[in-house]
Design a binder for this molecule. Structure first.
Ligand code: GLU
Length: 503
């Protein structure tokens, strides 16, 4: 079998969204599963839509995800350059070649002329299409004589190169995920291949590069499926063998209907981009998974399962496992519904797999006010809080009482935990704490137990108000663990605060 080479070919028109990440991931998993190569190619021929910083963003996002290209603009490779804007001479060469065939022609129509004819059609309630019927009444090298064309070229009248769509041919299009479908060429138009500035359009540059870069499989979003007919014909025109194609279904909104859009993130409260992206024009920041506390492996695992299920329905997979199990033929035809809850579930699972030391680094990197708490202390907090944490910042958010004394007491909890005897009970218990030499969770647990027993009190009568005094509400890890962690002085100070408060 020929060498498997797969490319991810984004246009730098903005940040990569979830769908783009999934395409890149499936490209990568497929290539690596087959022992092949994964190429990143930047398709920047559409200069009008170029967004400053988007290209760097794409490279950084892939790196964060662990989707590492074998060849890319940054890394280079034997088919360099990997940016279409730097490959102009290659396209020029192939433009001359396709113009020698019967599959392309020059069109001299000005934008104004085309606008006028479009308006004419619209007035009749029709839609204009530059195709095998209309091309004969427009200004191009098919309708004009050779002498007229020559004269226009000599006058340097700008022209575009168009594809000459064959008439009434049925194309059978094969897609690895979707099977075979057919299209009649009469429904397709004469797409522009080269613009009047000499720059190729996406369609032409894309097939030239896929051929030149020896791409064996094109795996891309389903929005490109309508272009497949044209692309197959371009391969035919050039006399090249076409790669195999697979078009991935959409990622759907959480409610299951409609494409997940860039705006849905704000609407439903989850990021749709891997990393934060600041729009260079508006300054608006789109939220990223990385900055929202997602671990890259959790993110990638979640993305991989949007449209593909491994054989035994296993959900947690490392990149290596995904590579070894990935099967393009098993990618779902139906759209994949995005779930915020599921993505949080993945992150929670991956958080539990981190060592306390790894979580310490993540906690320090997240935007929380841990102040001057020592690493040793933080590690203990992490150990107690990680089980309930979905994101690194949760360790702080859910464990704020480790960092600061409560400033108020939850009303419902106070009613439940505090009555007229409680102040006396806790004041007396504070003395037990004062006299505790070895201030460890284990010892403290025993002291609470003995104290309650000696006083003939149920454990709840001591434990609940104690928790309220330490935390401000009735939640958090075991009370003796909290006592040990905040230390004797802070424990007794919090008890006396609570006693004063409920006086
Ligand atoms: N540049 C196209 C895009 O931005 C690539 C489509 C393809 O993979 O052929 O999606």
């Amino acid at each position: 079998m020929e060498k498997v080479r797969v490319r991810f070919a984004p246009s730098p028109t903005g940040p990569l969204h979830l769908g783009g990440v999934r395409t890149a991931l499936y490209d990568y998993l497929f290539a690596k599963n087959k022992g092949g190569e994964f190429v990143l190619r930047i398709e920047d021929t559409d200069t009008a839509r170029y967004v400053e910083g988007a290209e760097e963003y794409i490279e950084e996002a892939l790196e964060w995800c662990g989707i590492i290209p074998d060849e890319s603009p940054k890394k280079g490779g034997k088919f360099a350059p990997y940016k279409q804007s730097e490959r102009r001479d290659i396209y020029d060469r192939y433009t001359s070649e396709i113009l020698k065939t019967d599959y392309a022609y020059l069109a001299f129509d000005t934008p104004e002329e085309l606008d006028a004819i479009r308006a004419e059609y619209e007035a009749k309630g029709d839609v204009f299409s530059y195709n095998n019927i209309t091309r004969n009444r427009l200004r191009n090298s098919i309708s004009l004589s050779e002498a007229e064309v020559q004269s226009l070229l000599e006058q340097k009248v700008p022209y575009v190169v168009r594809f000459k769509m064959p008439v009434d041919r049925i194309l059978n299009l094969v897609d690895i995920i979707r099977g075979t479908s057919s299209v009649n060429t009469n429904t397709l138009d004469d797409k522009v291949l080269v613009k009047n500035d000499g720059m190729p359009t996406y369609h032409f540059a894309n097939i030239v590069d896929d051929h030149e870069m020896e791409i064996s499989h094109v795996i891309r979003g389903e929005e490109w499926l309508p272009s497949l007919g044209l692309h197959m014909l371009l391969y035919e025109a050039m006399g090249w063998e076409a790669p195999q194609f697979a078009h991935l279904s959409l990622i759907l909104k959480p409610e299951g209907k409609g494409k997940l859009s860039k705006r849905d993130g704000d609407k439903f409260g989850f990021p749709v981009f891997p990393l934060d992206f600041k729009d260079p024009e508006t300054g608006v920041v789109s939220k990223g998974y990385r900055e929202n506390g997602y671990l890259p492996n959790a993110f990638i695992n979640m993305v991989a399962l949007l449209g593909w299920s491994p054989a035994d329905d296993k959900e947690i997979l490392t990149m290596e496992e995904m590579i070894s199990e990935f099967d393009l033929y098993k990618v779902h035809k139906a759209g994949a519904r995005f779930s915020k809850e599921k993505s949080e579930w993945f992150n929670h699972q991956y958080m539990q797999m981190q060592s306390d030391e790894e979580l310490l680094a993540l906690l320090k990197n997240s935007d929380v006010a841990i102040g001057s708490v020592s690493d040793e202390q933080l590690l203990k907090i992490i150990h107690l809080m990680k089980e309930r944490a979905t994101f690194p910042k949760d360790i702080y958010e859910n464990g704020k009482f480790f960092f600061q004394a409560p400033t108020s007491y939850d009303e419902k909890a106070s009613k439940k935990a505090w009555n007229e005897e409680t102040s006396a009970i806790l004041t007396e218990f504070a003395e037990v704490l004062e006299s505790t030499e070895v201030y460890t969770s284990e010892n403290l647990k025993q002291h609470i137990h003995d104290f309650a027993e000696n006083k003939g009190l149920g454990m709840g009568k001591v434990m609940m108000p104690l928790r309220l005094a330490l935390v401000g509400e009735l939640k958090g890890p075991d009370v003796p663990d909290i006592l040990e962690l905040i230390g004797k002085q802070e424990s007794t100070a919090r008890i006396s605060n609570a006693v004063n408060n409920f006086k």
